[in-house]
Design a binder for this molecule. Sequence first.
Ligand SMILES: [Zn+2]
Length: 158
Amino acid sequence: MSATDSDLVHLRRCVDLAREALADGDEPFGSVLVSGDGVVLFEDRNRVKGGDATRHPEFEISRWAAANLSPAERARATVYTSGEHCPMCAASHGWVGLGRIVYALSGAQLAGWLAEWNVPAAPVAVLPIGEVVPGAVVEGPVAELEAELREVHRARFR
Ligand SMILES: [Zn+2]
């Protein structure tokens, strides 16, 4: 896809959050929730180093949205994320009725890199968001951020 300027602003924040996670010993993923009016509502980054492998930012966004937004507000909101949702996070997105997703890096791209770097496969299947949430409006990957994200993920395994 070719991202708009405002999409790129939010995706670059996701990359910054991913770098923050990496620097803190977590996995390099970050996500931002933006309202239908363009206001950043919530952001988070991966927090799995404590041993809970479900602490993905997209899952936190779904929970935050369920607690704080009406169904109509959720549907108008956009989730930006440095890496495409895993099936767990995609399901949470679908269950709480959030709107558009824009990801920088696809799950398939990342899986390809991990295989190239001989990293053991994840215990959960890599599925496109649309296979988990058939009605989801999904955009990505964003070529402008691919090289940078490859380096961020590569750094995790050096
Ligand atoms: Zn996830």
